[in-house]
Design a protein around this ligand. Sequence first.
Ligand code: DX5
Ligand code: ZN
Length: 218
Amino acid sequence: MTKEIRIAPSILSADFSKMGEEVKSLGRYGADLIHCDVMDGVFVNNITFGLKMVEDIRPHTALPLDCHLMIVHPEKYVERFVKAGADIVTVHFEACRDNLAEVLKKIRGAGAKCGAVVNPDTPAEAIEGVLPLCDMVLVMSVFPGFGGQKFMPEVLEKVRFFRDFAAEHGLSYDVEIDGGISPETAGAAIKAGANVLVAGSAVFKSADRAAAIAALRK
Ligand code: DX5
Ligand code: ZN
């Protein structure tokens, strides 16, 4: 099944002092989702924002909020992120190796879409067992923590695996890719089977954000 390509700008690269305006303008520029990078300073070596940011930007956009949780013990917080306004919550395999299925079900139970994330050095097979539970699979194409890193083409093999697995098993999850996505790397990601592209610097560092979003979709 061919899925429509959707662009999810990451507000990690936005101006935090005017986030409401930033999020509102992304809608006008043609974004499909708003990617919210939540970092706790423990799971990754950086701290961004949490529940309050999601809650506060919620009224500023009708676009789905795609919350990528880079935190330890995500099971403690997923329901509150859904309550705060998240439409999709993704959690790292590396943060819940023993209870990933349970956490995914918890997100669903709270009323949002759920997804599993794999770091560049985690094999696709690590989450094979939970794929039937996923609305989305997120393949990290950089080690999480910071925007503006270099795309790792070796993860495309996993993108292909997840896309083929879906076809073989009649599953319809989205395959999202995150890290170093630019007009130069987007094509290869789409070709491998990704249909949701996260982009931080490629959108926010561009003088024409609408054109930057359009360029990723091609
Ligand atoms: C990395 C984050 C990404 C990041 C992407 O830890 O999960 O969403 O913001 O930024 P770029 O597109 O600049 O690599
Ligand atoms: Zn992210």
